[in-house]
Design a protein around this ligand. Structure first.
Ligand code: SF4
Length: 387
């Protein structure tokens, strides 16, 4: 395993308030004991490090929750510990997700000094009415100000926008996207609003108080997004992520290319050494698990090769570069993992591209990924006889 690449995900589970569309593992607490959390995350990291000696660390991603609420000293301690346990790649990418309110923006310089070299900013909209609807704790003005501070402090900045809100029009979204593309970042994450079960929006939709944009209108906005980002030199490299060539998120590429990553902190998922890991979601349960046995693990289980192959196919198809179905089958010592006759039918209908055994979704295929997977994935890939 010496020198094998590894990515590290760190989950900070706290937010100042809960957004009504959010199904992430985020919690609101009146008090957060920063020192206790620093110690807990360091201990959880030490557990992973001891299992993964000799790896080359290619990226660290601080996600949440709102990791810009972490004290920069905690971020620095985790970066120092991780790059002490593992040899850091020369061009290691260290991303932190941030919200754009002024308290958090005032920490950007310290986070950069702590070693963060890429900031992912949750702007979500440039329209105060939309920000209010999304329950965000910042205004459009604060968002622009935070972006300016971020661009002064970090070499690489990305921001997120959410579109296809109820009532969104082509004109409105194309104006906002044109503005987004003019702001000088090299990466954008552009998500359509989805109503996730268990969220406040889901309850409102259930009571008829919120009517999601219809699927055809959302598809039109997606196609518009594809055309405008491509014309601006920032094409999609994944379903919702757009970048100038070479500026893709290396950390997220590790997930989509099905590389190994260690995940620490409440609710964090990981995949390493052929196992999937899941930490306790609730912050208090995570802390007590750590106190009891030195790690925040809720589940650790071997990944069956069929399950891993299916996941690798799903992840890989999200990417513009596509995925080599035969290479996955070989990696997990399976026979075929896709039904090639069905693949060819979807190629003929314009939903998939195929180059040998490499498959790519076309623009129309990207709109119906789940349907395509249901069509092509062999539910029980035939295991190869091992001699
Ligand atoms: S700030 Fe992000 S993680 Fe926190 S509640 Fe809102 S969407 Fe969820």
């Amino acid at each position: 395993m010496n020198g094998e690449p590894l990515a590290l995900y760190v989950h900070w589970p706290f937010c100042v308030s809960k957004c009504p569309y959010c199904d992430f593992n985020s919690h609101v607490r009146a008090e957060i004991d920063q020192e206790a959390w620093r110690a807990a995350l360091l201990a959880d990291l030490a557990h992973e490090a001891q299992l993964l000696p000799g790896r080359r660390l290619t990226s660290i991603f601080f996600g949440g929750g709102t990791p810009s609420l972490m004290e920069p000293a905690t971020v620095e301690a985790l970066i120092d510990a991780a790059t002490g346990y593992w040899q850091a790649a020369r061009d290691i990418e260290i991303t932190l997700e941030a919200n754009p309110n002024s308290v958090e923006a005032s920490r950007f310089a310290d986070l950069a000094s702590a070693g963060v070299n890429r900031l992912s900013l949750g702007l979500q909209s440039f329209d105060d009415k939309a920000l209010g609807f999304l329950g965000r704790a910042h205004s459009a003005r604060e968002g622009f100000r935070a972006l300016e501070i971020a661009q002064k402090n970090f070499r690489r900045v990305s921001f997120d926008l959410i579109y296809a809100l109820p009532g969104d029009s082509e004109d409105g979204w194309s104006a906002m996207l044109a503005q987004a593309l003019s702001l000088g970042t090299s990466h954008l994450s552009l998500y359509q609003l989805t109503i996730e079960p268990g969220t406040r929006f889901a309850a409102m939709a259930g009571r008829g108080e919120l009517e999601p944009l219809d699927a055809d209108a959302a598809a039109t906005l997606y196609e518009l997004t594809d055309a405008m980002t491509s014309a601006a030199g920032m094409p999609a490299y994944e379903i919702s992520n757009y970048a100038r060539p070479g500026r893709e998120s290396r950390h997220n590429l590790t997930y989509w290319r099905y590389g190994d990553y260690a995940g620490i902190g409440p609710g964090a998922h990981g995949r390493r050494l052929g196992k999937r890991t899941v930490r306790h979601r609730k912050p208090e349960n995570f802390l007590s698990a750590l106190a009891r046995n030195g790690r925040g693990m809720a589940e650790e289980a071997p990944l069956a090769s069929t399950e891993a192959a299916d996941e690798a196919l799903v992840m890989g198809l999200r990417l513009r570069e596509g995925v080599d179905a035969s290479a996955i089958a070989e990696r997990f010592e399976l026979g075929e993992i896709v039904d090639w006759r069905r693949v060819d039918r979807l190629v003929a209908s314009g939903h998939l591209g195929r180059d040998g055994t490499r498959l790519q979704l076309t623009a129309s295929g990207r709109l119906v990924l789940d349907h395509i997977l249901g069509q092509i994935a062999l539910s029980e890939p035939r295991a190869l006889a091992v001699a």
